[in-house]
Every structure is written in C-alpha cells, then in structure tokens.
Design a protein around this ligand. Structure first.
Ligand code: FES
Length: 104
C-alpha cells in the first residue's frame, strides 16, 4: 500500500476538513478531529457532493447537499438519506505532515 504525504498538519486546524488530490485516486477528504487525523473519499455516496464542503459535528461529517451524515472514523452512513458507507483510509501524522495509506 503506498503511503502518500497529502498536507502539512498546520494547514488543517482541529475541527476542519479539506479536500486533497492524489494523482490516480478519487478526491480525498482529510479531517482533524481534536488532533487526530482521518481520511475518506470526498464524494458523498448519496449524490455528487463534496464532503469537504460540509460541516463537522462531533465525529460526523454532514453532507452539504441533503444533510446526510457519515461517521468520519468508520465511514458508516449514520444520517439519512445516506445509506452506503464512504471508504476510509488509514491516516497519521509523521514529522508534522499528514500521511494517508492508499490501496495499490
Ligand atoms: S448528496 Fe450527500 S446527502 Fe445527498
């Protein structure tokens, strides 16, 4: 599994989410929950919405289109109309930068 550096942690304050591009992969959303970092697909599974444009509430990302929600930690769809989970990717901070493990 390739591990890709996507963003300096300093550019992702606690409680925020940003979309990041990694060549060859779907757009990712990276999150900072109280200093812990997470990564998921950016595309909502309910429609053509960027989750990075949504709001974080607790451990959930709220989709900006129909306000469905997902658990950022697990990808589980937790708020209707979302039913299908989003994919998650292992993420961690190494030397001040966010690294995401992506499938081959
Ligand atoms: S597109 Fe995300 S909830 Fe509908």
């Amino acid at each position: 599994m390739p591990t890709v550096e996507v963003l300096p942690l300093a550019e992702l304050p606690e409680g925020s989410v940003r979309a990041v591009t990694v060549e060859g992969y779907p757009l990712l959303a990276v999150y900072n929950l109280g200093g812990e970092v997470f990564a998921t697909d950016d595309l909502c599974t309910h429609g053509n919405a960027s989750l990075a444009e949504g709001d974080i509430e607790g451990d959930e990302i709220i989709c900006p289109f129909h306000e469905g929600s997902f658990d950022i930690r697990t990808g589980e769809a937790v708020g209707p109309p979302c039913m299908v989970p989003i994919r998650t990717y292992p993420a961690r901070v190494v030397d001040g930068a966010i690294h995401v493990e992506l499938p081959d």
